[in-house]
Design a protein. Structure first.
Length: 148
């Protein structure tokens, strides 16, 4: 696909998935026809049963993209509705990894996680190392989840 990048500058590519951002309908249709024509001229076929056209909303890489912008798909948060307070370093690292995925959607996330990240200072990352979790940490996490 790299060799078509100039011709297909309107297509956003990730792995083998292509997205054509929707603008005004007439421009979008023109762009769509241009892309299909270039693919056909180069012997590239698309699987129509896996293709979606003229969508107003697209789920892409864990986000929803629509006319209002980009927002995270929050269904993953359901498993943390009654989250267990992390007891060990590995538990906390897992929780922080999950939360950091939402970083683009939570302003000043590092400041909000400061007291929680401090729990990892000087700790070895083995499964048995315990942390001193308290109510302040729980409150911070719940506030972050509410922002998402």
């Amino acid at each position: 696909m790299k060799k078509f990048s100039k011709e297909l500058s309107i297509v956003e590519m990730f792995l083998r998935t292509g997205q054509i951002p929707r603008t005004q309908d007439n421009i979008h249709n023109k762009n769509l026809h241009q892309v299909l024509k270039i693919l056909k001229e180069n012997g590239i076929t698309i699987n129509l049963s896996k293709s979606k056209f003229l969508k107003t909303e697209v789920e892409y890489l864990g986000t929803i993209i629509d006319a209002n912008g980009i927002r995270p798909i929050t269904t993953k948060l359901a498993k943390y509705d009654n989250f267990q307070e992390p007891q060990k370093v590995k538990d906390l690292q897992s929780l922080l990894g999950f939360i950091n995925w939402f970083r683009p959607f939570v302003p000043k996330l590092s400041q909000k996680l400061h007291s929680i990240n401090a729990l990892l200072q000087g700790k070895r990352a083995n499964g048995r190392t315990r942390i001193n979790w308290n109510g302040e940490h729980t409150h911070a996490i719940k506030n972050i989840f509410n922002e998402i």
